[in-house]
Design a protein around this ligand. Sequence first.
Ligand code: FES
Ligand code: FES
Length: 198
Amino acid sequence: MQTLIINGQSQQVDVAADMPLLWVLRDVLGLTGTKYGCGIAQCGVCTVHLDGQPIRSCVTPISAVAGRSITTIEAIGETAVGKAVQQAWLAHEVVQCGYCQSGQIMAATALLNSQPTPDDQAIDAAMAGNLCRCATYTRIRTATLRVAVQFCHVEMSLMVCQVSYLRSAECGRVGKVLSGNQVCLASKAPLSRRGMTA
Ligand code: FES
Ligand code: FES
């Protein structure tokens, strides 16, 4: 018997210790939002969070996650960042067939939790292990940046915001006093960059 903490709930499962977490989620607990793709940690479709970090559940035995906090796509919308990611995905119509998207959302949420203002390169690096056969990569990047813009001044203090700097026209807060004496230093950056204008 293994005790798992999934989406804040303690669950007892009577399965072999080496059963992959993905099998437990889908076949034992009925949490089918997490998908099966390659089964060998190559596609990212099975991504869940373990103590807030993205992992491949298809190659993670449950003995390695017993007693630790597991979050799946079913509960990611209960967090502020996860909810914002899902809303951005809808706003930018990221999803095509949808099969890879629970993994994409889990990966993007983990990135934004650890790095609230990633630039294009950081997003591409963080999402590189999540494959999409429908090639929604450009929309994934745009939606992730949208969330970064939304959260950047909430999470960050005085700093050069990469998102504002690169996409000043999208932010709308460039050069403004944000709170207290915090001013977005991107106001010193050109307002036109990579073809964008203020
Ligand atoms: S199914 Fe886990 S990485 Fe592909
Ligand atoms: S949306 Fe179809 S595989 Fe990604």
